[in-house]
Ligand binder design. Structure first.
Ligand code: AMP
Ligand code: MG
Length: 352
């Protein structure tokens, strides 16, 4: 299959509308389109069609028990596909449109294939204008996981989507780089209480302003604790891993730097903050996350840098273990999976 990539920013108003209509027609016909959202690029198909979902699983190489998020144009559209609650609407008022996904009991109009056989469905209302336009113009809610090969870092540019899915889908809409750069926060509700199944730009603290209580599923911080029947099926699969080995170091800045000086070998790179770029040995490839503690920027750049590490054919990539609170938790959750849980406690190594 030939894959067309349309750069929307280069189009006249008329050509832009035609491109959206072309994508909408693919969606109505059960075909797939790569689309920008504010979180990461999505692989979009109609959430009404089981065969569109099957194509999504097959193009990504995604296990079919890992359910898809259904994207809607406005919060009240959830009524068509799920059983809503008061807490849903309270959260929606504050965070929709935006990077929050809420798990709700599913209505039968959504095929079981979309929900991976579960009787719940994940609902999100994206804020990205192109994603919203496509939902509205197609007239379909859109099932869209990240538009990458399953297990690889998620795509934050149209080029990333092209690299992973060229020849497997007919169209990619290029809307530039994603402003958030990692996936939505996923929550499950129990009355007024909520559990974070995947951390994102809507943080624990932000949710606590609305919900009576907020807990964080254990597997968010410790992937090895997901088990065989996790709260969210996605928790049990390998995620976000580049070809190179990601090694997380737990220690203070000085310990991190001296560990690299003593131990780093091969063609290696460092995920570094701007302030420390000049400190490392000359052979180290520096991949900058932005300013120290600017976790929004770290989130925005992480997946791009993991892909960059592979383009540079690095064998190892060293990074500092981030804190586990606020927005840093989202970054932590992705990088610990990218590292396959590989954390070296520098202090302990030192004491051996
Ligand atoms: P992605 O599609 O790559 O953004 O991943 C979606 C995430 O949401 C995966 O971790 C899924 O397991 C999770 N998810 C989707 N639907 C449900 C659901 N009904 N119940 C629990 N988790 C879900
Ligand atoms: Mg994904």
């Amino acid at each position: 299959m030939k894959t067309e990539l349309i750069r929307l920013s280069e189009l006249s108003e008329k050509a832009f509308a035609e491109a959206i209509e072309k994508a909408a027609e693919y969606i109505r016909n059960g075909e797939l389109v790569g689309i920008p959202t504010e979180t990461v690029y999505g692989l979009a198909g109609s959430a009404y069609y089981a065969n569109a979902a099957e194509k999504i699983f097959s193009a990504k190489g995604r296990p079919s028990d890992n359910p898809l998020i259904v994207h809607i144009a406005k919060a009240t559209d959830a009524e068509n596909i799920a059983e809503t609650t008061q807490t849903y609407y309270k959260l929606a008022e504050k965070f929709m449109p935006g990077p929050l996904t809420i798990i709700l009991p599913k209505k039968s109009i959504i095929p079981d294939t979309v929900s991976g056989g579960l009787n719940t469905v994940a609902v999100r209302c994206p804020s990205h204008p192109i994603a919203r336009m496509l939902i509205e113009v197609s007239g379909h809610p859109i099932a869209a996981p990240s538009a990458n090969t399953s297990g690889k870092p998620s795509p934050t540019t149209a080029e990333h989507v092209y690299t992973d899915l060229c020849g497997k889908i007919p169209l990619i809409l290029d809307g530039g780089s994603c402003s958030i750069g990692l996936e939505s926060t996923v929550v499950a509700l129990n009355g007024e209480d909520c559990t974070i199944l995947r951390p994102g730009a809507v943080t624990e603290e932000m949710l606590a302003e609305i919900c009576r209580s907020v807990s964080v599923a254990e597997a968010v911080r410790s992937p090895e604790k997901a088990g065989n029947k996790p709260l969210s099926p996605g928790m049990k699969y390998k995620h976000y891993a580049p070809n190179c080995q990601v090694i997380l170091l737990d220690g203070a800045d000085e310990q991190f730097i001296s560990y690299i000086r003593k131990n780093a070998k091969g063609k290696y790179g460092i995920l570094t903050v701007e302030e420390n770029e000049d400190i490392y040995p000359t052979e180290a490839v520096r991949l900058s996350l932005g300013k120290k503690e600017d976790y929004a920027e770290h989130c925005r750049r992480l997946f791009k840098l993991l892909r960059r590490a592979d383009e540079l054919e690095l064998t190892r990539l060293y990074a500092k273990l981030p804190p586990e609170s606020g927005l840093a938790l989202a970054y932590y959750n992705r990088i610990i999976r990218a590292a396959g849980g590989n954390v070296i406690r520098i202090q302990e190594e030192h004491n051996k």
